[in-house]
Design a protein around this ligand. Structure first.
Ligand code: MN
Length: 713
């Protein structure tokens, strides 16, 4: 009452979009929490959940009036309300992480939030259509699955149906009409079934606590139609009978009665009592042919199971006697919350925001397949999951090393989809490793990500090792390790445009850099940038790029010329390195194929063999003089990707985003090896090229990207 009074005073004068006084909302939320069996703390938090956000009151004041627990709940809900789960990837991932942390501290925070969201969904009609859609979408994506995960069935169903109403208004209306149309017919039929069953149960001595029927929720029917590609009239469980008995044993005896009276439909029996869902839902489900040959779904459970189905984690607040010591913190060994623990662990594990979000979404949704380890532990996976998904769920290393699988004692291939109740024994080998082919059949994003990461990492490590070996051979073992960690080495890496020495070694190993260049740069750094003895001419030309290029009189001829320093001479862009404006360049005098100057990138391996007296300083003409039309230069990229389907399209879309023309594109695939994409694209300048490369490298399927020579003629 004190919380209500306080909230009432604070929200006075505020109104909702519906025109009602604002206080109607907190009152409704508090009511929902009371219905869930929340205690005084929860109900107070319901009344007060919006006061910090919408009025001047502080959390400190709430604490002094209502105690620490209420403060923490209100503070938690206030923070959650600031999260936007449809924002940019990084923000979104961050918000998920914070939400799960808040939940781990006190799971009741999310229950208050769910009650808040449910009432907001009930009154969504008063908002603008665009707001309605975005709130409904977030409800479908995040909050309904969360309610399901916490086992609060009644919240989940209503949230889903309300989201359905706003996201697919036409489908919703159709479902409503169709269900209503057949109501009378259905109710009569079910009343008859109920009568027959009740009689038989009584004869058998089973006390029937409740036997009722009610239509399934609309979104559930709709999803089933979509999933099974069926018409409305083919879906038979528009309503389910629910039989509630006193004991678990009576559930099975009740099932026997049901199967004795009506003929069971093969494949429709599910024992969620022996095999509870991860959210602790328990029940027996079966489908039988009722009177008039119409199928009916029957659910059998005890009262306790029914409470858990409706209230989930809130069930024990409602029915276990007060005493007040709720287990609201999640301990790491609490099996009920392994999913939440996983989500929390992943935040350290998955640095990539998109991957994290994929995992979160994957894990919030219903698991459909329950398979066992040989020890009898249940592993819940999404529909269609294979032995490899199973292996990765057990442990990343088990996934990486798995080489075979025995399902129910039989050897099977790794891509075998698992069925409920399968006993899965993964065989690993010490030197086993993932195969690219696995990406074609795994269904869980976590397995997919781990396989990709393995490929990225393993290639990188190989390359680093190779780079290291090359360099060590050149420089000698003595003091080599110390040199790698030294400051000069770091600055060599930076000079070559790499972040770290490791990156430099990887580039060297892959052939992106030549050994010569690294050694040369290292000597420069060590000797304090003195010109080095091997090739003085080259060094000189690199340091002062043709500053004398704009000599009077030459400017006219230079106009429109992209290169300065070659005035009056035939010149061409060298096809071996295809430099683009912005990159340091150097000219090499050539006689073949025709006399003139070939413009190379500085550091191009071909230049290193050119005698110093044949090199001339050249530079890019930065004055924009090409009649406003930017000149472009061909650049050849070779991209190594894991997953060819779709990736190619994504790469092309990144190119078109930047208005980059593609001259030539070729995809080469080989069984079991990464696909190679060769691209020849038109690039304006070095900045554009770098920007593009960064964007492409960020894609998770990309193993490698490098510039190569001679793809375009
Ligand atoms: Mn609210």
């Amino acid at each position: 009452m004190r919380a209500f009074e306080f909230a009432y005073q604070l929200h006075k004068g505020q109104y909702r979009a519906s025109g009602e006084p604002y206080i109607a909302h907190p009152v409704a939320v508090a009511g929902l929490l009371r219905d869930l069996g929340g205690n005084g703390t929860m109900i107070a938090a319901g009344f007060l959940h919006d006061v910090v956000e919408d009025t001047d009151v502080t959390v400190e004041e709430i604490e002094s009036r209502f105690g620490t627990e209420v403060r923490q709940l209100v503070e938690g809900v206030t923070k959650l309300s600031k999260f936007n789960f449809s924002s940019k990837t990084e923000r979104q991932a961050e918000n998920f992480r914070r939400m799960f942390l808040a939940m781990a501290k006190d799971i009741r925070v999310i229950v208050v939030k769910l009650a808040d969201r449910l009432h907001n969904m009930r009154t969504l009609e008063h908002l603008r259509p665009d707001k309605q859609r975005s709130i409904a979408q977030e409800t479908r994506d995040i909050f309904a699955p969360l309610a399901n995960r916490l086992g609060i069935g009644r919240f989940k169903w209503e949230l889903e149906d309300l989201a359905f109403k706003y996201l697919e208004p036409e489908g919703y209306r159709q479902m409503q009409e169709l269900v209503a149309e057949r109501r009378q017919d259905r109710e009569e039929r079910l009343a008859k079934v109920s009568q027959i069953l009740q009689q038989r149960l009584e004869d058998t001595g089973i006390k029937c606590v409740d036997l009722s029927s009610r239509p399934k929720h609309l979104y559930g029917i709709y999803q089933k139609m979509q999933r099974q590609q069926k018409g409305f009239h083919e879906i038979y469980d528009l309503a389910a009978m629910r039989l509630i008995v006193q004991t678990k044993e009576e559930c099975y005896r009740g099932l026997a009665v049901v199967h004795d009276v009506f003929r069971p439909i093969p494949g429709r029996f599910k024992d969620y009592i022996g095999l509870p869902k991860p959210n602790r839902y328990q029940s027996l489900h079966t489908g039988v042919i009722g009177p008039h040959g119409r199928p009916i779904e029957v659910q059998i459970r005890t009262l306790e199971m029914h409470r858990i189905a409706e209230y989930g984690i809130a069930a024990h607040w409602k029915y276990k006697e007060s005493g007040g010591s709720y287990n609201t913190r999640i301990t790491t060994d609490d099996e009920k919350f392994t999913w939440l623990r996983q989500l929390l662990e992943w935040q350290n594990d998955l640095k990539d925001a998109q991957e994290y979000i994929d995992n979160v979404k994957d894990n919030l949704f219903d698991d459909d397949v329950y398979a066992f380890t040989p020890n009898g532990d249940v592993v819940a996976l999404s529909r269609g999951a294979t032995a490899v998904d199973f292996a990765y769920r057990i442990h990343t290393e088990v996934g990486h090393r798995c080489t075979g699988v025995r399902i129910n004692g039989q050897w099977r291939v790794l891509d075998t989809p698992l069925k409920n109740g399968d006993i899965v024994e993964i065989v690993t080998q010490k030197n086993g490793h993932p195969s690219l082919d696995w990406l074609n059949f795994v269904v869980t994003p976590s397995a997919r990500n781990r396989i990709r990461q393995w490929f990225k990492r393993s290639h990188r490590e190989e390359n680093i090792t190779r780079g290291r070996e090359l360099l060590e051979k050149e420089l000698g073992k003595n003091g080599f390790e110390a040199l790698l960690k030294s400051e000069p080495m770091q600055s060599v890496a930076e000079r070559c445009n790499y972040h770290s020495v490791e990156d430099l070694l990887a580039a060297l190993g892959y052939g992106e850099l030549t050994l010569n260049l690294v050694v040369k740069r290292l000597r420069e750094v060590v000797k304090g940038k003195q010109p080095i003895e091997i090739d003085p001419t080259l060094e000189e030309t690199i340091v002062p790029p043709a500053t004398n290029a704009k000599i009077p009189g030459a400017s006219d001829t230079a106009k429109g010329e992209p290169i300065i320093g070659v005035e009056g001479l035939m010149h061409r862009i060298a096809g071996c390195c295809n430099p683009v404006p912005g990159e340091p360049i150097i000219g090499a005098v050539t006689r073949k194929p025709e006399p003139g100057i070939a413009v190379h990138r500085q550091g191009c391996p071909n230049v290193e063999n050119v005698p110093g007296d044949r090199l001339v300083p050249v530079s890019w003409n930065t004055s924009d003089s090409n009649n406003g039309r930017p000149q472009t230069y061909p650049v050849n990229l070779q991209i190594e990707v894991i997953d060819r389907v779709g990736v190619f399209k994504d790469i092309l879309s990144r190119l078109s985003d930047q208005n980059i023309n593609v001259r030539k594109a070729q995809v080469k695939t080989q069984d079991g090896k990464p696909a190679i994409i060769d691209l020849c694209i038109d690039i304006r300048d070095y900045d554009q090229l770098q920007h593009l490369c960064i964007r492409i490298k960020k894609m998770s399927d990309i193993l490698n990207l490098r510039r190569v020579s001679d793809l375009c003629d």
